[in-house]
Design a protein around this ligand. Structure first.
Ligand SMILES: C[S@@+](CC[C@H](N)C(=O)[O-])C[C@H]1O[C@@H](n2cnc3c(N)ncnc32)[C@H](O)[C@@H]1O
Length: 475
């Protein structure tokens, strides 16, 4: 525990000024931090996605190399750590953060992230942040930012965690959640899925708090994983036969030649494994028609579609949102995938007409938080119940579209039990579908637990926390 009495004396809590104070200055010459700050602002003001905004800013302003890497690290890091940063910043001001000007708060988060979670020297982190605030909001706001950040420099991240986190003995989940910058309810959901609030939970949250490697999927029939690894300087993935891992700092993977040429796609290895698992389930009789019932933007549909072509099957894809259906068509290129814009619960497709069906259902995405840095602070516990209802309805519909003896893969990128085994157990009971042991369709993947479902984890498998269950329609 930190000895609070021995902490170096810190400046008094800072008072935020009201509105712009003093004359604004011209923009500062700090393209990386300015790009990060502008992205944080878009995320806060417009509910934008950082992974869509930042690459656009970098391209538009021609920011490359070390500046682009720094902007990316600061943006994603500040967003991921936001709850922890806010708790620290709140301890350094005399008013609730809700009363601090939003633009100043963005800068404070950026500054606090540099102070607590990077090796950037404290004086540089404070001075560069204060310069940004002065240019944007004037000298009064700059003074406030300076006072707050000087207070943050008083101790390191571990000591701040001890100060702002719930007590570890009375609320171990709240403590580990704060220490790894996760909302408590998400840490609770992870704990329930892992069956542990101890070391496995800490490892899971810590892995979820790291910037992940970029995963690519080579398109079957077009390019092998080894060829893709050679083209991109990456490494063949440990489990997916089509997967390649790239260093996280490798820039926008959408710009890679093999991705532009549709020889490969950006896709988490866990997603690849779940799609491929569906093709590995043995079927008796016909195996000609495959369906993806929630297909946009098309990642799994394209992988399945490529495998369908190789095995002589046809591929249909259903997507409710028209613009996401367009993304499937774009991703598919000349692959023969028939795209239907429809609600998967009432698609109008032939009942019993398909041999293999994928339900990659809409979900909270709690298993892919490391790839969507702002998502953990946007999602709410109240999101779970309506999604679980929709998931049940989609899975039930899939079990009418698949023929007797055919197989349905239920996949979500969340480990939340209400969206995973809760959905599958309920639908399997009501439809009398056979719940197959999915583990055998993930050959070579270790540590898959007791089954019959598969739950992948970043800390165990290096993938997103994908869930997969296999159901066979009774004959
Ligand atoms: C998890 S995403 C699917 C990701 C996709 N399989 C991939 O790998 O790229 C779920 C998709 O389901 C779509 N969706 C939501 N409700 C739906 C419904 N009732 N019927 C069909 N699709 C739906 C969403 O628009 C979203 O594109």
């Amino acid at each position: 525990m930190t000895q609070r009495s021995s902490r170096p004396s810190r400046p008094q809590r800072a008072h935020p000024p009201r509105g712009r104070t003093g004359p604004a200055r011209p923009p500062v010459d700090d393209p990386a931090r300015q790009a990060a700050l502008d992205t944080l602002r878009a995320v806060r003001q417009r509910d934008a996605y950082a992974n869509l905004v930042l690459p656009g800013i970098l391209r538009e302003r021609r920011i490359t190399g070390r500046d682009a890497a720094l902007a990316t690290e600061l943006t994603y890091g500040s967003l991921r750590a936001q709850g922890l940063l806010d708790a620290v910043l709140a301890a350094c001001t005399d008013r609730p953060l809700s009363e601090v000007d939003g633009a100043v708060l963005d800068a404070l988060r950026l500054g606090a992230y540099q102070l607590l979670r990077t090796r950037i020297p404290a004086h540089a982190a404070v001075a560069s942040t204060v310069d940004l605030v002065r240019a944007d909001r004037g000298s009064g706001a700059a003074g406030f930012a300076n006072a707050v950040l000087r207070r943050v420099t008083g101790q390191d991240e571990a000591a701040w965690v001890e100060e702002v986190a719930p007590d570890e003995d009375t609320d171990p989940i709240g403590y580990v959640a704060m220490a790894n910058a996760h909302p408590r309810w998400i840490a609770q959901a992870f704990a329930e899925a892992l069956g542990s609030r101890g070391e496995p939970l800490r490892e899971a949250l810590a892995a979820d708090d790291m910037r992940p490697a970029v995963h690519l999927a080579a398109r079957p029939g077009e390019c092998s994983a080894d060829e893709l690894a050679a083209m991109t300087g990456g490494e063949a993935a440990p489990y997916s036969p089509y997967g390649v891992h790239l260093d996280a700092g490798a820039g926008d993977p959408g710009d890679l030649d093999p991705v532009r040429q549709r020889l490969a796609a950006v896709q988490d290895e866990g997603s690849q494994l779940c799609a491929v698992a569906l093709t590995r389930v043995p079927l008796e009789g016909r195996d000609e028609r495959w369906l993806d019932l929630c297909a946009g933007p098309g990642g799994k549909a394209v992988l399945l579609g490529s495998l369908a072509v190789l095995s002589g099957a046809s591929m249909d894809a259903v997507e409710k949102a028209p613009h996401r259906a367009d993304l499937i068509r774009k991703a598919a290129g000349d692959l023969p995938i028939t795209v239907h814009v429809a609600d998967g619960r009432e698609s109008g497709l032939e009942e019993g007409g398909f041999d293999r069906v994928l339900v990659d259902a809409p979900c909270t995405g709690l298993g892919a938080l490391r790839r969507r840095p702002e998502a953990r602070w946007r999602r709410q516990p109240s999101d779970v119940a309506p999604l679980a209802r929709l998931q049940r309805e989609l899975l039930t519909a899939a079990l009418t579209l698949v023929r007797p003896g055919g197989v349905v893969a239920y996949v979500v990128c969340t480990p939340h039990l209400s969206e995973t085994v809760g959905v599958v157990a309920d639908v399997a009971r009501r439809t009398e579908a056979e719940w197959l042991d999915a583990r055998e369709f993930f050959p070579g993947v270790p540590d898959l637990g007791d089954g019959p479902q598969v739950q992948l984890w970043p800390h165990k498998h290096g993938t997103d926390a994908m869930f997969c269950a296999m159901l066979r329609r009774p004959v």
